[in-house]
Design a binder for this molecule. Structure first.
Ligand code: IMP
Ligand code: MG
Length: 180
C-alpha cells in the first residue's frame, strides 16, 4: 500500500458497486447487444470489470483523445483514435471513469450523437458533480465523489498509480503530512 495515498473507495466497495451496475445494465439491455465505448486510458480497469459483470452480449470499442487549452481537465478535445466500429443504428453505452466539469463528455456525446446511434446512454464510475459546468444526463453512476484529485483503478496522476486496486487521494498540496 502506498503510504502517501489515502483510500477513498476500497477494492471491496468498487467490486460490489461494479457488479450492481453490471446487473442493472444487463436488465436494461436484455435482448440487445450494446456497444460499450470508452476513452483510453482512464476507464480501462472499470471497463474490464464492468464488461465481465454484464451478462448480455456486447461489443467493445475505444477512442483516444487529447485535451488541450484551459488546463488538461476540460478545454478542447481532439480525437487521436476514433472508433473501429460503426455505431449508426446501434445502442451505445458510453463508459467513463470520471465526469468532472463534463466538458469532455459533452464534446464526445455530441460527436457520437452525430453518427445517429439508436440510443446513447452514459455510465460513469465516478461523478464529481460539484465541478459540473456542462449539464448532461448520466444514466448509471457508480459513486459521487468530492472535489479531490483521485488516482488508482485506472486513474492516473502523470501516468502513475493506474494499477492501484482501490481509488485513493493524493495528499492535498500545502497541507503537509496529512496522511498517517
Ligand atoms: P472533464 O472534461 O472536466 O469532465 O474531465 C474528465 C476527465 O478528466 C476524466 O475522464 C479524467 O480523464 C480526467 N480527470 C478528472 N478528474 C480526475 C481525477 O480526479 N483523477 C484523474 N483524472 C481525472
Ligand atoms: Mg476519462
Amino acid at each position: 500500500m502506498n503510504k502517501n495515498i489515502s483510500v477513498v473507495i476500497s477494492e471491496d466497495d468498487l467490486r460490489r458497486r461494479v457488479r450492481e451496475l453490471g446487473a442493472e445494465i444487463s436488465r436494461d439491455y436484455a435482448d440487445r447487444t450494446p456497444v460499450l465505448v470508452s476513452v483510453l486510458k482512464g476507464s480501462f480497469i472499470f471497463l474490464a470489470d464492468l464488461a465481465r459483470a454484464i451478462t448480455v452480449p456486447i461489443n467493445l470499442d475505444f477512442m483516444a483523445i487529447t485535451r488541450y487549452g484551459a488546463g488538461k481537465r476540460g478545454g478542447v478535445v481532439r480525437i487521436e483514435k476514433d472508433l473501429d466500429l460503426a455505431i449508426t443504428g446501434r445502442e451505445v453505452l458510453f463508459v467513463e471513469d470520471i465526469v468532472d466539469t463534463g466538458l469532455t463528455l459533452g464534446y464526445l456525446v455530441r460527436n457520437l450523437q452525430a453518427r445517429e446511434p439508436a440510443g446513447l446512454a452514459v455510465c460513469t464510475l465516478l461523478d464529481r458533480r460539484v465541478r459540473r459546468l456542462a449539464n448532461l444526463p448520466i444514466r448509471y453512476t457508480g459513486f459521487e465523489v468530492p472535489d479531490r484529485f483521485l488516482v488508482g483503478y485506472g486513474l492516473d496522476h502523470r501516468e502513475q498509480y493506474r494499477n492501484l486496486p482501490y481509488l485513493g487521494a493524493l495528499p492535498e498540496e500545502g497541507k503537509g503530512a496529512v496522511q498517517p
